[in-house]
Design a protein around this ligand. Structure first.
Ligand code: ADP
Ligand code: MG
Length: 313
């Protein structure tokens, strides 16, 4: 799937493309749904020209159409479930991490969000007979916490070649939220060459939280986050991939969501993630996972362990 650029819109050359970029109309869909008056004002172009660009963008944008229920059923038959390494945790989430959806793990610092991501990454590379997806993995690392040494430990325990495992895990540091959003496009390109059935964003929200500070920035933060989540969901559907994102809880009351145990990102993240799991530390190295807001599974809890060998019961 080739991604179109602004200059693919009829009537948009390099100069106008640059104006659009500067005014934050960086994708075709945003332009397709813009109002001519807004576009004209922000890009300092005539209103007639703005209308033409919007019409062009509508033609260019991949708005998608309707599918029959039968098509959707057919697609859903392809759904796979990836083991977390813990039977209890797998059961809690309906048999493993599902493809074609977004799974969010949220919790405090040290609650093992990143450890679960590592384990899922290793498991996805395993052959199918070992419960894997025989797939490459993309990790968008926004907190600089990817540790190949940990991957080696987990792969060694499972008896697979650690170097081969590392070769199949593609990691990109995201330096800020904008960069993070763009890396999804990079992943789309990578998925043209490699089979990628798991994409991890660890963490989804930390850059957003650091950059969009205060009440005034909230609407914009939520808008960008919303688009990011939909890009991720799109990737999931196109590639029959599972998307796993991590999220912090607000240690201090958030400007908007006062409750200190609420995940960041509010309704946007909550409504787009198909599954949300809250993680907390238990006694003696145990971790407790609680399923929240699932479309088709009961709420409940599971206990698992984080060990040197990885995630276990
Ligand atoms: P989060 O991403 O939620 O902040 P992490 O996934 O980084 O938390 O979890 C960190 C915890 O994982 C550590 O506190 C430690 O208990 C456990 N951990 C990390 N590495 C190992 C290891 N090699 N052996 C056992 N436990 C580990
Ligand atoms: Mg972490």
């Amino acid at each position: 799937m080739a991604t179109k650029t602004l200059e693919d819109i009829p009537g948009v050359g390099p100069a106008i493309a640059e104006k659009l970029q500067e005014a934050c109309y960086s994708d075709i869909m945003a332009i397709a749904v813009a109002s001519p008056a807004d576009l004209s004002e922000k890009c300092e172009i005539g209103e007639k020209k703005a209308m033409d660009i919007i019409e062009g963008a509508k033609l260019c944008a991949d708005i998608g159409g309707f599918e029959t229920g039968e098509d959707i059923l057919e697609r859903r038959k392809q759904i796979t479930k990836l083991t977390t390494g813990s039977k209890a945790l797998d059961e809690l989430i309906g048999g493993g991490v599902e493809s074609q959806s977004i799974m969010e793990f949220f919790g405090e610092f040290g609650s093992s969000k990143t450890q679960i991501c590592f384990q899922l990454a290793v498991n996805a590379t395993l052959p199918e007979e070992m419960g894997g997806l025989d797939s490459d993995v993309v990790i968008i690392d926004s907190e600089n916490t990817f540790r190949p040494e940990r991957i080696i430990q987990m792969a060694t325990y499972l008896g697979v070649d650690p170097q081969e495992t590392l070769r199949r895990i593609h990691v990109a540091r995201a330096f800020n939220s904008q960069h993070q959003v763009l890396l999804v496009e990079k992943a789309i390109q990578l998925a043209e060459e490699k089979k990628i059935r798991l994409m991890i964003v660890d963490s989804l929200t930390s850059h957003f939280r650091a950059e969009y500070v205060g009440r005034g920035a909230l609407a914009e933060r939520q808008q960008v986050l919303n688009r990011h989540m939909h890009d991720l969901l799109n990737f999931a559907t196109l590639n029959n991939a599972a998307i796993v994102v991590t999220n912090q809880v607000a240690a201090k009351p958030d400007a908007f969501f006062g409750d200190p145990t609420r995940p960041i990102g509010g309704h946007i993240v909550g409504h787009t993630a198909t599954f949300r799991v809250y993680l907390r530390k238990g006694k003696a190295g145990k971790r407790v996972a609680r399923l929240i807001d699932s479309p088709n599974l009961p709420e409940g809890e599971a206990v698992f362990l984080v060990t040197e060998d990885g995630i276990k019961d």
